[in-house]
Design a protein around this ligand. Structure first.
Ligand code: UGY
Ligand code: MN
Length: 248
C-alpha cells in the first residue's frame, strides 16, 4: 500500500467516485465461481444498480429480477436464452428484458459490467426483450460536432427502452463542450485512458478501472489527459417523463 489511509475514492451526497483500491468483492444470489463489485444501487438513492463481475471459466451469474444489460470488458461469456447460444467477447454486449429467462456462463476468466433496472412501462409501448451485439458493429457519431469526441449508442434510441448505454471516446485533450446538469443520473465505468472529471464542485483525476455515479443534476464535465484516448461506458435513464421515473 503506497499511501496508507489515502484513496482517490470519494463519497459525496450527489456523486460517488470508486477507485479499484477500495473495491470490496461479494457474491450475489446464484453466482458461482464469480464475484461482484457493487458500484451503485438504490441504497444510495440510485434508480438502477451497476456492478462489475469477475468470473472464472465456468463462472456463472444468477437470475435477474429486472432488466439486465451486460458489457464484456475482458474474457468471453456465453449467453443462453430462447434456446439459443450467444458468445460475447470483449466489447460484446446484451440487453435482456425483464423476466427473460437466461443463463450466463464464463467461457474463460474475465470481467464484465452489469446494469440492472426495474422497467418503467409506457401505455401502448411493447417492452423490449433481447438484443445481442458488439460495440464494434455500432457506428459512432461526434458529440456537438467535435470529431475528437465520438459516441456510440449501444441501445436503440426508442421509447421501448427506458435507459441508454453509450461509449464515449475522447482523443487526448478533447473535453465536453459544457458543464452538463441534467435530470438523468449516470453510472460510468472508465475503460481506457484517463483525465479530469468535474463532479459537483470537485475536480478528480480519473483513470481506467474507476467507477463514477452522478445523481440527477450533478454538475459534470470531463477532459481527457494523457497520450492515449480516454474511453468510458456510461448509463443514463432515458425516454421517460420525470414524473414516472421514481420507481425503485
Ligand atoms: O450523455 C450524457 O449525458 C453525457 N454527455 N454525459 C457525460 O459524459 N458526463
Ligand atoms: Mn451527462
Amino acid at each position: 500500500m503506497d499511501n496508507p489511509g489515502q484513496t482517490r475514492s470519494s463519497h459525496q451526497p450527489h456523486h460517488l467516485l470508486l477507485t479499484p483500491d477500495t473495491f470490496v468483492r461479494t457474491t450475489l444470489p446464484g453466482m458461482k465461481n464469480a464475484s461482484a463489485i457493487v458500484h451503485i444501487g438504490p441504497a444510495l438513492g440510485a434508480r438502477f444498480t451497476e456492478y462489475s463481475v469477475e468470473f472464472e471459466s465456468n463462472g456463472e451469474l444468477g437470475p435477474a429480477s429486472a432488466q439486465r444489460f451486460l458489457y464484456v470488458i475482458e474474457g468471453a461469456i456465453v449467453l443462453e436464452t430462447d434456446g439459443k447460444r450467444h458468445e460475447l467477447c470483449p466489447r460484446g454486449y446484451a440487453y435482456l428484458g425483464q423476466g427473460l429467462a437466461h443463463r450466463l456462463v464464463g467461457k474463460q476468466k474475465g470481467r464484465m459490467a452489469v446494469i440492472e433496472k426495474q422497467y418503467l412501462p409506457v401505455d401502448g409501448v411493447i417492452a423490449p426483450r433481447l438484443l445481442v451485439s458488439s460495440e464494434d458493429a455500432i457506428k459512432s457519431h461526434p458529440l456537438d460536432e467535435d470529431l475528437d469526441l465520438q459516441v456510440k449508442c449501444l441501445l436503440p434510441d426508442d421509447c421501448q427502452f427506458d435507459f441508454a448505454v453509450n461509449t464515449m471516446v475522447y482523443q487526448p485533450g478533447a473535453a465536453l463542450s459544457m458543464v452538463e446538469m441534467h435530470v438523468m443520473e449516470h453510472g460510468l465505468l472508465m475503460i481506457e485512458g484517463g483525465g479530469i472529471y468535474r463532479l459537483g464542485d470537485s475536480w478528480y483525476p480519473v483513470k481506467a478501472g474507476d467507477f463514477i455515479w452522478m445523481g440527477p443534476w450533478c454538475p459534470q464535465w470531463f477532459g481527457a489527459i494523457g497520450k492515449t484516448p480516454a474511453k468510458y461506458l456510461i448509463y443514463k435513464d432515458w425516454n421517460r417523463h420525470p414524473l414516472t421515473s421514481q420507481a425503485r
